[in-house]
Design a protein around this ligand. Structure first.
Ligand SMILES: Nc1nc2c(c(=O)[nH]1)N[C@H]1C(S)=C(S)[C@@H](COP(=O)(O)O)O[C@H]1N2
Ligand SMILES: [Mo]
Length: 316
């Protein structure tokens, strides 16, 4: 993690005890480089590498917020992808090195039909657009028109055993091209997990693109998870393996800092991060005015029942 210049200290950082922040150096989406964002969003933005349109028709989903969408430029130049860089504005250029073919997603564990799916087969599944609010743990948010399909569609194909209770995910790890990894302070490959009922929920998608185009490298090409009611770090990128398990899977950020990042990581304005508040957020592309963070990122009606009877302060 580089030195923090005074002019790069951002409103997010105001929430943090600066000394602890520097000492711990562990932030699921570092705020260090946030100050550079407006420079990159100027029309010159040379990092943007357009991707091919998605083939076939894109269905319309009933799940869509009508809030103003962030621009393609914003979504593709302000990223967390620690394998490549811990600078949000530096990811786009570095991630372009990732080779996307051949690419397979291997699904196994507690399933009747373990399968290795080729990505080009997956891309022929019926795709639909989902305009979701997306909120990072470090208090910024965006509205992103993802293209993808429910994760349930893929899980049903492999027929989980009755004993399967969780789903574990793993990102590609190629240290030859993922050179940001040494400085990141977390272990790789990046791993994540969901409870099976969360994974089967209709809001949970595997995203293959955005704005009608194939997924840009920096956003987790060729396929990434999107779980809109959880903090951004749950939405693991560039997935190569999915494993059905009986026990709660290990997850990258809770391994790195278990007192700061839990397994559930539901967006919850009433449960603070130990080092800063989670009550408010800044929408990227707007001025620095903070808006109130919504319970479950605004997906309360759809998902609250998954956690009935659970103490969400304990299961954070
Ligand atoms: N493999 C991998 N997946 C990841 C990350 C990462 O560093 N590596 N960062 C996470 C975090 S902290 C966030 S906020 C989102 C950012 O997604 P975006 O760059 O598409 O906005 O990706 C998540 N998925
Ligand atoms: Mo994040």
């Amino acid at each position: 993690m580089g030195k923090i210049k005074e002019n790069e200290i951002t409103p997010e950082a105001v929430y943090m005890n600066r000394r602890n922040f520097i000492r711990a150096g562990l932030l699921a989406g570092s705020a260090v480089t946030t100050g550079a964002i407006y420079k990159v969003f100027a029309p010159s933005g040379g990092n943007i590498k357009d991707t091919a349109p998605i083939q076939g028709e894109i269905g319309r989903s009933s799940f869509a917020t009508d809030e103003k969408q962030n621009t393609f430029e914003e979504i593709t130049n302000y990223n967390n992808f620690y394998e490549f860089s811990s600078s949000k504005t530096g990811v786009a250029e570095k991630a372009a090195r990732m080779n996307l073919r051949p690419w397979t997603v291997e699904i196994g564990g507690l399933v009747h039909k373990p399968t290795v799916f080729d990505i080009d087969g997956i891309l022929r599944f019926p795709q639909e657009e989902r305009i979701y609010r997306f909120r990072c743990v470090e208090a910024w948010s965006m509205v992103i028109p993802w293209v993808g399909f429910p994760l349930k569609l893929l899980l049903d194909k492999v027929e989980p055993f009755g004993s399967a209770k969780y789903v574990a995910f793993e990102t590609l790890y190629d240290p030859n091209i993922m050179r940001g990894s040494l400085a990141a302070g977390i272990d790789f490959p990046y791993v994540e997990g969901l409870r099976l009922d969360e994974a089967m929920h209709p809001l949970t998608i595997l995203a293959t693109g955005l704005y009608g185009k194939q997924m840009p490298h920096q956003n987790g090409a060729p396929i990434r998870l999107v779980v809109p009611w959880k903090y951004g770090f749950k939405s693991i990128k560039s997935i190569v393996r999915i494993t059905l398990t009986a026990d709660e899977p290990r997850t990258t950020w809770s391994l790195a800092a278990p007192n700061e990042y839990g397994f559930y990581s539901n967006v919850n304005p009433d449960v603070d991060h130990p080092r800063w508040s989670q009550k408010r957020e800044r929408r990227i592309g707007e001025d620095w005015t903070m808006r109130d963070t919504l319970m479950f990122n605004g997906y309360d009606d759809e998902v609250a029942h998954l956690y009935s009877g659970m103490d969400l302060k304990k299961y954070f």
